[in-house]
Design a protein around this ligand. Structure first.
Ligand SMILES: [Zn+2]
Length: 508
């Protein structure tokens, strides 16, 4: 390309330089915290039920039934739109998206569309991700389809089963502008969004299938490829990286990228073309006349604003400025609602720093280990127990009071950090209280001089070289403190130990 007489500009025009990738997302987020489906009284939480137990004439699309809009879904959807910096419309409407596929018995999905002005739950928002703005085109409410289950391995002996428990459960779809600069920003956005919906109390992203995403990928000026229904964010990033490379390879060979829908083959780690589906124009969108337009008045907007919880970034800022928690620790703590709630419940002005430390360095690891090693008892119900565990994993293993007492003991110098780790382990394993564990395990800090003096003397006699150098090299004193700690398994009060050593070796 450098040999071209026209230089870089001509090279780009002749199609040799790879144009910039253009990436946009559509994220489907289940409103798992709601009680009922979007248009009927069936449960929104369909998990762990037998096939087709969570259905009624409305979500089964029986003739003569009428949908009735879930008001809490409108409120929660509006809160998501607000958190994404969207404009809230004065009124919202619903549309029928027609398609013939057995996962929705009505043969249409009730969704939103901005056909007559801005009538989706939110739109034209923007949030800052990794220093760059990502535009939010639209936030819309819609119903989730049922689940298709395919049995039989060969094409000839193929059985399709359908389970409508999920059909009609409330979803929020978030459509971004194609603003992503690369996979890193994509990953950070998804993490931020997942933290946000969890913090708003709308969705538990840890539940299987609670957040799914489609990605639109193209090279500037080229055709757009849609990668459908990727259920893990990790896979989404890999799929986008693969797809950009594939399109760039096509481009460098002078081939046009076909406009198509592809899906991610997680086993082979490639995207492959999907069978043809309807294009937008084939959905024959139609205003859903069975659901009246809903007015979102200023009073509602104000009351929802007052219901908005502290955002993840505000929380992080509070942890850093109010409790002097190191920024990296505050990042970890603020982005997880369960742990940050636990922190806020157990903290005092004095123990906050130690508490944050105990939660992020010890407790999170213990909970994670318990979740992966513990066999779920009598749970053949498709991971139902494991899911319940993840709903509130920390409070299952330790009480707020226990955690507070533990952090208090470390903060006041009654217990060494090392011993606190042991105590936490014992408390989570046995369910015993802090006072039981600390007296049984004898974990209190030893600060009694007469008790420590014996240990200090034996360390000095075992380390004659270091003892000799102590007067000329202060570092060796720290080394000897470490030795005393080792002998007492971390229980010696470091301050008292230091003073005793100085007294014995330097005559201070
Ligand atoms: Zn129903």
């Amino acid at each position: 390309m450098s040999g071209d007489a026209g230089g870089a500009g001509a090279a780009a025009a002749s199609g040799m330089a790879a144009p910039r990738p253009v990436i946009g997302l559509e994220i489907h987020c289940q409103m798992t915290s709601l009680k009922s489906k979007l248009f009927c009284p069936c449960r929104a939480d369909y998990r762990g039920m037998g096939p087709n137990e969570n259905v009624c004439p409305v979500c089964m699309g029986m003739p003569g039934t009428l949908p009735r809009l879930n008001a809490e879904a409108v409120r929660k959807g509006t809160m998501i739109a607000m958190a994404l910096g969207c404009a809230i419309p004065e009124r919202i409407s619903f549309f029928r998206k027609n398609y013939f596929y057995p996962d929705l018995p009505k043969n249409f999905q009730i969704t939103q569309l901005d056909m007559y002005g801005d009538t989706s739950i939110g739109g034209r928002g923007s949030i800052l991700v990794d220093g760059g703005a990502v535009g939010i085109r639209r936030v819309q409410l819609e119903e989730d389809p049922g689940r298709m289950i395919y049995e039989g391995a060969s094409a000839r002996n193929h059985i399709s089963l359908v389970d409508y428990n999920r059909a009609g459960t409330p979803l929020v779809e978030i459509v971004t502008e194609p603003d992503f600069e690369g996979p890193r920003q994509l990953r950070l956005f998804l993490q931020m969004l997942s933290d946000m919906v969890e913090n708003l109390g709308v969705c538990n992203p840890a539940l299987e299938g609670a957040m799914r995403a489609d990605a639109n990928v193209s090279l500037e000026g080229g055709n757009r490829v849609e990668i459908k229904n990727i259920s893990s964010f990790h896979d989404l990033e890999k799929a986008v990286v693969f797809e950009i490379a594939r399109q760039e390879a096509q481009h460098s060979r002078g081939l046009e990228v076909a406009q198509e829908t592809r899906h991610w083959d997680a086993a082979r780690k490639i995207t492959i073309p999907s069978r043809l589906k309807e294009g937008e124009e084939e959905y024959r969108y139609l205003l859903e006349a069975d659901i009246p337009w809903v007015r979102i008045d200023a009073e509602t907007v104000e009351s929802l604003k007052s219901r908005m919880p502290e955002s993840v970034s505000e929380k992080r800022e509070r942890f850093v400025s109010q409790y002097m928690i190191p920024p990296q620790v505050a990042d970890v703590l603020s982005s997880d609602k369960l742990y940050s709630d636990l922190f806020d419940a157990a903290r005092t002005d004095k123990n906050a720093r130690e508490l944050a430390n105990i939660i992020t360095t010890d407790l999170m690891g213990l909970v994670m280990a318990a979740a992966t090693t513990e066999p779920a008892p009598d749970s053949d119900a498709a991971g139902g127990d494991a899911q319940k565990k993840r709903d509130d994993p920390a409070s299952d293993v330790i009480s707020v009071d226990g955690l507070r007492e533990l952090a208090d003991a470390v903060a006041s110098g009654q217990m060494a950090r090392n011993s606190a780790k042991q105590a936490l382990h014992e408390m989570t394993k046995t369910g015993k209280s802090f006072s039981e564990v600390s007296s049984e395990m004898d974990l209190g800090l030893v600060s009694d001089e007469s008790e420590l003096l014996g240990v200090v003397r034996s360390v000095i006699s075992e380390e004659p070289k270091a003892a000799e150098q102590a007067s000329s090299n202060p570092n060796t004193i720290n080394y000897l403190v470490g030795k005393v700690m080792q002998k007492t398994r971390g229980k010696a009060d470091p301050q008292v130990t230091l003073e005793l050593l100085k007294r014995c070796l330097l005559g201070d």
